[in-house]
Design a binder for this molecule. Structure first.
Ligand code: GTP
Ligand code: MG
Length: 197
């Protein structure tokens, strides 16, 4: 798919205030600092469309981007950042749960995992929640440029073993590096396919 146009629309804490759910929507979630905002910039070929930062916790709101006037990309705040207060963590949970329950045009969640990290409880918990709620999702391994492909293979193998404990069928998985533009065509083709369904 060719990205002809990508524009920031709005930021919200409330699902009701999000753009009219009249177009398919793809949302990016995962630990703080995993590379959600960077991946959105890589996919849209824009440096600063989504705000990125070396400091975890940069994205705090539900951010909508309109792509080709046909579908939405959504940048969500991350989870798992140790310095966040209990109250903020609960607010995050409430906001995301509401988003997952109410956003009727959500076509697929992209769950981002740092390719250097073996399965962690919080990621697994979130993935199980998606599965239980029947939300379609895929897994995106990020920051491939940070280590050898042998190490990435080993992380992905560990993830597959872990997920097979619960599911017979594994979700689709993508390998990416926003730095090196890896995985862009694969993800855009996937979105194109889902849009066509
Ligand atoms: P929050 O909004 O805080 O939850 O973070 P995020 O998941 O949106 O991460 P963000 O895209 O802001 O990236 C976090 C840091 O990782 C930044 O310093 C990025 O430059 C870096 N980063 C993101 N993707 C990659 C990648 O593919 N390779 C490398 N080397 N660095 C990356
Ligand atoms: Mg972000």
């Amino acid at each position: 798919m060719v990205i002809k146009e990508a524009q920031f629309l709005m930021s919200n804490t409330k699902v009701e205030a999000c753009p009219k759910p009249d177009k398919p929507e793809y949302a990016f979630i995962g630990r703080s600092n995993v590379g959600k905002s960077s991946l959105i910039n890589m996919l849209t070929n824009q440096k600063n469309l989504a705000k990125t930062s070396g400091q975890p916790g940069k994205t705090q709101l539900i951010n909508h981007f309109l792509i080709n006037n046909e579908w939405y990309l959504v940048d969500l705040p991350g989870y798992g950042y140790a310095k966040v207060s209990k109250r903020s963590r609960e607010e995050w949970r409430r906001m995301i749960n509401f988003y997952l329950q109410k956003r009727e045009n959500l076509a697929c969640m992209f769950v981002l995992i740092d390719s250097r990290h073996d399965p962690m409880a919080q990621d697994l918990e979130f993935i199980h929640q998606l599965g239980n709620m029947g939300v379609p999702f895929v897994i995106v391994f990020t920051k491939l440029d940070k280590q050898s492909s042998i190490k990435t293979d080993s992380t992905i193998a560990a993830w597959k073993r872990k997920l097979r404990e619960t599911w017979e069928e594994l979700p689709q998985m993508f390998r990416t590096s926003s730095e090196k533009q890896i995985g862009r065509d694969e993800i855009l083709s996937f979105i194109e396919e889902v849009n066509a369904q």
